[in-house]
Design a protein around this ligand. Sequence first.
Ligand code: NI
Length: 182
Amino acid sequence: MHPYQIIRLGNPALRLVSKPFSEEEFGSTELKNLAETLFKIMHLEKGIGLAAPQIGVTKRAIVFGMDKHPVHSHYAAIPFTLLLNPSFIPLSDTMVDAYEGCLSAGNLRGKVSRYQSILYKGYDVDGKLIEREVADLHARVFQHEYDHLNGEIFLDKIKDLRSLGFHDELLRAGLLPEKQVE
Ligand code: NI
């Protein structure tokens, strides 16, 4: 495993707008290495999503995915996916509030409103189009990671700052019954 560092809140690099990949970059060894690194770090950090700018790569690449959780088995598994140059459109106006966290924001959690269902698109390492209609946690994690590519953090989108708290305190208070995006 290559040494790596998750860039955390306060580092201006997290606020940059990431650059798209050009067609010539698809299929390159460099891109394959980046994909592998993103997945490895996501697994090591036990996150369900990670965006390239969080490891200091200002390019439009995100990964996410989750096995079916042994405890939270009512959550469907999310296929482990890499998306390059991702985009999305909402499939309805319905918004859902839920707690999120971020590997770049330590133990902070806060409630963010996201589109409940979306159609997302993006490319795999070889430039093949991936297009999916998704909802709930899958849609949420996509929107969270997508925001990183535009220099946005979930904290920017918390409507009521009183929902903000530390993971262990919120757990103790019984306010975190659900699996969160991280
Ligand atoms: Ni994040």
